[in-house]
Write a protein that binds this ligand. Structure first.
Ligand SMILES: [Fe+2]
Length: 269
């Protein structure tokens, strides 16, 4: 299965700007690139911070811009989002029985689980108020099958002091429970605006710096420098044997300088 992972769009209402740029333009450029090179993807998952301040007009704009994307999408909420405004703009996005934007998608590679870590009015994440119980029930339903998780907030440490106040508050409890069930093969998340991947007690994870502004990672400082780098997105290739995550940036650097033919097998590259 080919899957697109987008994150942190931070759209603002039409006519407004964010840090001097228009996040919708960056999303349009990204969509053009996906349509050109990856229209065969099975699904595109956007892991939250769909908008910067949760404005209803920004969700309406997002709905309009996403009309251009040729890949089916699933949308998650981040700490910059507003659950009510989102549900009003996207009434067909499924919710769990408690009204959280959590759902399951049975893909050709296995079960995908979309989590809602938003705590409205705060920057940190959480899977409280029945959300963790919902996740564990969905994992238990397919104990012997591979599962892939999607969340806005990181569910594991990422080694950057800046994000410590903005972690998922019950992350350790969540990760211990996930490890105990044993069927999660990868966690895709957003929130951190840096390129990062790794594993926690054997559970792999990945996040890209996202479509909007990015952060220069510092490993000792608590403050952060925000920069406008090229928008980025991930393409995941998933099969029975594993998960590959390729990172793409949307920039002129992707213009081909030379095309080189090579052997299909046994090459030296
Ligand atoms: Fe964000």
């Amino acid at each position: 299965m080919k899957l697109i992972h987008l994150t942190d769009l931070h759209l603002v209402p039409p006519g407004a700007m964010l840090f001097g740029f228009d996040p919708a333009d960056r999303l349009r450029e990204t969509i053009n690139r996906i349509n050109r090179d990856h229209a065969d993807a099975e699904l595109c998952v956007v892991t939250g911070d769909l908008t910067d301040e949760g404005d209803a007009a920004a969700y309406d704009l997002l709905r309009d811009v996403l009309q251009e994307l040729r890949v089916p999408t699933r949308l998650l909420l981040g700490n910059h989002d507003h659950r009510g405004h989102f549900i009003k703009a996207f009434p067909d996005e499924p919710c769990d029985e408690n009204g959280f934007v959590q759902s399951v998608h049975e893909s050709s590679a296995g079960r995908l689980i979309f989590l809602d870590t938003l705590v409205e009015g705060f920057g940190h994440g959480s899977l409280t108020d029945g959300r963790l119980e919902w996740l564990l029930a969905r994992l238990d339903e397919v104990q012997d099958s591979p599962v892939y998780l999607f969340a806005h907030h990181q569910l594991q440490p990422i080694g950057l002091p800046h994000f410590e106040p903005w972690n998922t508050e019950n992350w350790h409890q969540i990760m211990q429970a996930i490890v105990a069930v044993g069927n999660v093969r990868h966690i895709f998340h957003g929130h951190v605006h840096v390129d990062v991947g790794g594993s926690w007690r054997g559970i792999p994870f990945s996040a890209s710096r996202g479509v909007a502004h990015q952060i220069i990672p510092h490993f000792t400082r608590r403050d952060a420098d925000f920069v406008e780098d090229a928008p980025a997105f991930d393409v995941a290739l998933i099969d029975d044997d594993g998960v590959l995550v390729h990172r793409f940036e949307v920039s002129d650097r992707n213009v081909v300088a030379v095309s080189e033919a090579g052997p299909l097998l046994g090459g030296t590259q």
